[in-house]
Design a protein around this ligand. Structure first.
Ligand code: SAM
Length: 320
């Protein structure tokens, strides 16, 4: 796919309805051969609209119309390139815990959580957030309602958890971990939230405060670290490997190696990935869930539900 088509698709299919600013920017870039030529000088994975726009905003680009962005980009392009080369898109969405929770509830606790691609580790705290499915009775941590309230709309008879899981150990692995105590890392995480997504930004800040009170251990590395870290989990807890919005970043061969490593562990595996994430999960689906943009929740490679990409919805498909 050429870069102009990529930006147009991003504008029309991803940004539209989510961020009017990103939609205008993406469509503006798509029709701008000068900008396309500059972006095409970057390595392929650094040309992403999400990365370029976040780097521009991080550096102070005005959140205004495309012509203002264009003028700013032409003036600051070398700085944008330096940021884009140094950073990557690693949005950490605590709301995905609303998708994970019903799968976690199917696993006997206490639980030891090990997330591959954990970013800042915000999805390692499903026991510290409050949940409400379809506006029903809130599910709170034992200490009381959380400052992070995760709402989720469901269909299909989701087996609703009645309590948060008992998590006794948590750790993550990431190619480039973001530290909840590092202001620059957190500013980047915040900038990855799109301009108009104020509620999401507020939720991110609240989740960061929760995580910062008990910073998660997220080690730098890839799936090759998995077995070493897994061996450190307490033996009297059920080890649960979590992969959430990460597999698509792994080249296919690496992804299949990860599958082999996880299968060899004495662990359960919850995956929350796009349709392209795990071929074996996709093959077991009744259909494509109506959209390429949705995620699939699976336990031990068996699909349980389609979900909204940010955990906002859960459409249960598994039979009891
Ligand atoms: C989109 S973020 C998702 C973060 C978190 N799992 C969530 O759902 O909110 C993907 C994360 O995976 C990490 N990542 C990408 N490839 C990886 C690999 N091969 N091994 C470990 N982490 C990886 C990225 O650095 C990034 O932090």
């Amino acid at each position: 796919m050429d870069t102009a088509t990529w930006y147009r698709g991003f504008g029309e299919l991803e940004a539209r309805g989510q961020s009017a600013i990103y939609e205008e920017w993406a469509l503006g870039v798509a029709d701008d051969p000068t900008l396309i030529a500059l972006i095409d000088e970057l390595p392929l994975q650094k040309r992403q609209p999400n990365l370029i726009f976040a780097c521009a905003r991080l550096l102070g680009a005005p959140e205004a119309d495309y012509q203002s962005l264009r003028g700013w980009l032409l003036q600051h392009w070398s700085e944008v390139v330096a940021e884009a080369l140094a950073r990557s898109t690693q949005t950490n969405e605590a709301r995905r815990c609303a998708s994970l929770l019903p799968a976690l509830a199917l696993i006997p606790g206490p639980l030891a959580l090990l997330e591959v691609g954990a970013s800042a580790g915000l999805c390692l705290f499903p026991d510290r957030y409050s949940y409400s499915y379809d506006g029903g009775t809130p599910i709170d941590p034992p200490a009381g309602p959380s400052s992070v309230q995760l709402e989720c709309a469901t269909t299909g008879g989701v087996p609703r958890p009645t309590e948060v899981p008992d998590v006794v150990w948590r750790a993550g692995i990431d190619l480039r971990p973001l530290a909840v105590g590092n202001a620059d890392d957190m500013r980047w995480l915040e900038t990855l939230v799109w301009p108009e997504q104020h509620e999401r930004r507020a939720r991110l800040r609240a989740a960061i405060r929760i995580a910062a009170a008990d910073p998660p251990r997220v080690v730098r590395g890839d799936a090759s670290e998995l077995a070493t870290l897994a061996a450190q989990a307490p033996h009297d807890a059920t080890l649960v490997v979590i992969t959430s919005a990460v597999l698509v970043y792994l080249p296919f061969a690496e992804r299949m190696r990860l599958v082999d490593v996880v299968r060899a562990l004495d662990a359960r595996w919850i995956s929350l990935e796009g349709l392209r994430g795990l071929p074996i999960v996709r093959a077991a689906l009744p259909d494509d869930g109506g959209s390429e943009g949705r995620f699939v929740l699976a336990l031990d490679e068996t699909p349980l539900a389609f979900t909204g990409a940010q955990g906002q919805s859960l459409d249960w498909i598994a039979t009891p």
